[in-house]
Ligand binder design. Sequence first.
Ligand code: C2O
Length: 534
Amino acid sequence: CRVRHYKFNVVMNNTTRLCATKPIVTINGKFPGPTIYAREDDTVLIKVVNHVKYNMSIHWHGIRQLRTGWADGPAYITQCPIQPGQTYVYNFTLTGQRGTLWWHAHILWLRATVHGGIVILPKLGVPYPFPKPNKEVVVLLSEWWKSDVEAVINEALKSGLAPNVSDAHTINGHPGPVSSCSSQGGYNLQVDSGKTYMLRVINAALNEELFFKVAGHKLTVVEVDAVYTKPFKTDTILIAPGQTTNVLLTANRATGKYLVAASPFMDAPIAVDNVTAIATVHYSGTVASLTTTLTKTPPQNATPVATNFVDSLRSLNSKKFPAKVPLKIEHSLLFTVGLGINPCATCTNGSRVVASVNNVSFVMPSTALLQAHYFNISGVFTDDFPGNPPVQFNYTGTGPKNLATMKGTRLYRLAYNSTVQVVLQDTGIITPENHPVHLHGFNFFVVGRGLGNFNPKKDPKKFNLVDPVERNTVSVPSGGWTAFRFRADNPGVWFMHCHLEVHTTWGLKMAFVVDNGKGPNESVLPPPSDLPTC
Ligand code: C2O
């Protein structure tokens, strides 16, 4: 195993998209940011130097951070922010992980422009469990606002209303030829006839689940969230913010130029955003304009396409890569996730949109939770997060009279190595909406999902405990539920939140505190000496 060193300078950079230039926060001046390459079991050291006026912190999304929560990154959860002028070295080991993950700022809305890919190759000499592709590329999907992104969310928080949607989606940083203001600079993948390409697709968008499609070509899904899947062919993939999906694409069509498209999936009854991002796959040796085959992603409300895709995902569950699904459950939790409305005298309508888990809108502390836990600092959090909805929840499609949520910095405590089942139930109180929920520090097995109310008697009988997909971010279907299981084998404080940034901001977040075990390698390691202070 090697030690890999990276240097991330946080700097402003003037960037032009959609006929307008604005200063954005970047890593080393790049949008999207640099890709981190490593191999399974390597140690990675990333020195982050903050040269901008904003506080910064960076999360390595999907990296387990076994006992090294200090390097996980969410501001005020595992570390205090890196203040302007300060430096912090993230130091972690990629224990038993290989595949595509990504990194992003985990403070304010800075991840809009501060993000990039993480490619972890298998150990030297270890093959993929599928034929080796001829070439591999990172495909980052994202969003672009013409205005300053921090201004967008600050304005929304002031008014209490929803923030403006983005002005474009992007593929590797570019909207592609979607308007006269973006006719230049779309991403192009040059291919040779007969060769196979692995696209490492990452959804870095702030607020949109996306369909992704290459015209005329089938995609073979082989991995999600850095875990191998049973391969299957599909026209379209569905990918939620936070998720990654590796697909194989074989250049087996008539030579020419084919369009690639990323467009939103939103099965809430509100259609707000229709901008498709366009890229191209161009066969070498052919005139670019020779054969342009148009592509069309499914319509924004194509729930059957989305459901069909999600239902096709299975763990590889081979001898080498077994699915270790916990069978006996010690903590059986039911969490409602959804939006609500709290009074707000200064807001436009006298109220503000809020979001919650089990009716608790999470309040960010002013000291990092992991520090408070490790050093036994009292008064920062309580460990009384409700394991069930405080009022029995019944999804009927219409909201209750009282939409208000409670506030608190409440954590749920787990014993080391205990087994956990979480059922996430969308409330649909204001409107049914998808919630791609991300758990830090763990992968989990998605054992079931359904529409309407979760039925604790009937639904568990249908759970897949054999080869459920293993991942770190899962979408709760709109007006439905999803269930996952994991083993709490990573001591520390682990954030769980909706990866739609606006829902996180509104409070759809909570954290688990996992106690140390009694064994020699079962406790949180001491914090590094350069850990930022609040
Ligand atoms: Cu990718 Cu807590 O986030």
